[in-house]
Design a protein around this ligand. Structure first.
Ligand code: TXA
Ligand code: MG
Length: 309
């Protein structure tokens, strides 16, 4: 059910959960100060309780309230450059200020300022919000209002923000010693981060300790089995997830995720196509993985690989 900005504010102030647009994906929002709302988010999503939520702020100075270490460091350079925007920073916090359930009892918490005007305005009025992506756990994130309604029902309150601009979640980074590491790849690439940090942060490798609890769970997956496309494969009735600038002569049905030359377009379409497979009842699809392994393409490939598992 579409709601207005004022209705969203009223519902949040009554400890209710609503879905809001951001520039990355839609989020399932509750006030940070509402334990009831936060519990509701976990149950609605069927989300494991050990997977902490991102706190969404409306002003950079609000971050100060929560920080354990307020010394000037690269954290402030990063947020100065990337906020509002799709960068989430994980930092040590004063745990008294954040409900245990929101940070899954960790000593750290994740923060970002989203870019969507309407949502920022809501945060300014009701205070910080926790917002995981507005999808059932394990499903691709929601990039359109109908994705949210499909997962949570037609009556679920959603503020319509159209198709989200980025289409991929924020990049989550964690500081380890002096250096930052990428805990979850996302809309901001390591090249973007290098402009501020002077080095390309490493991406956390899952064989080490888990940096971002969410990444250990199955994610972004449609029901369909996804198989790497190999041009030598010869079969009939082939459903292909591919690019608008390429030909797939054996394909019966093509789901286009945009031009292979335009990673921003692919990012924006990816989850919609993965979700469309479920809507259409597709059981098996072949995926064209032949794109460069760099920049935003790397995030896209990682999401496709996870969806194929
Ligand atoms: O773009 C986004 O980030 C969207 C929009 C709505 O803002 N939100 C989102 O939230 O993707 P969610 O809950 O789906 O993913 C949050 C990720 C998870 O992988 C979680 O484990 C990680 O952030 N995270 C949250 N708090 C953390 C912490 N204290 N330490 C490490 N990772 C943390
Ligand atoms: Mg998520």
């Amino acid at each position: 059910m579409k709601i207005t900005q004022d209705e969203a504010i009223d519902l949040l102030n009554q400890d209710k959960v609503v879905a809001l647009p951001t520039e990355t994906v839609y989020g399932l929002a509750s006030k940070l100060s509402s334990e009831r709302g936060i519990k509701k988010i976990f149950s609605l999503k069927n989300r494991p309780l050990d997977n902490p939520l991102i706190i969404h702020l409306s002003s950079k100075k609000d971050l100060q309230t929560y920080l354990l270490n307020k010394e000037k460091n690269t954290l402030f350079d990063l947020i100065e450059h990337f906020w509002p925007g799709p960068l989430t920073v994980v930092v040590e916090v004063n745990t008294d200020k954040i409900p245990d359930i929101a940070r899954a009892h960790l000593k750290t918490a994740a923060f970002r300022i989203p870019k969507s005007e309407e949502t920022l305005d809501i945060i300014t009025q009701v205070g910080p919000l926790v917002m995981p992506s507005a999808n059932l756990s394990g499903k691709p994130s929601a990039t359109r209002i109908d994705h949210v309604l499909r997962d949570f029902g037609e009556d679920f309150p959603v503020l319509d923000g159209g198709i989200t601009e980025k289409g991929l979640e924020s990049t989550v980074i964690v500081q380890i010693g002096e250096r930052w590491k990428i805990a979850r790849r996302g809309a901001i690439t390591e090249q973007d981060l290098k402009k501020v940090l002077g080095y390309k942060p490493e991406t956390h490798n899952s064989k080490e300790q888990v940096l971002s609890p969410g990444t250990k769970y199955k994610h972004y997956a449609p029901k369909a089995q996804l198989i790497p496309l190999n041009q030598n494969q010869d079969f009939s009735l082939k459903t292909v997830i591919g690019f608008s600038n390429r030909n797939y002569p054996h394909a019966d049905k093509i789901y286009s995720i945009g031009s292979s030359l335009n990673p921003k377009e692919i990012s924006q379409k990816l989850y919609h196509v993965l979700r469309q497979l479920d809507v259409d009842g597709v059981e098996k699809a072949y995926v064209d993985f032949d794109i460069p392994k760099e920049n935003l393409y790397k995030t896209i490939l990682e999401r496709l690989e996870r969806a194929s598992k």
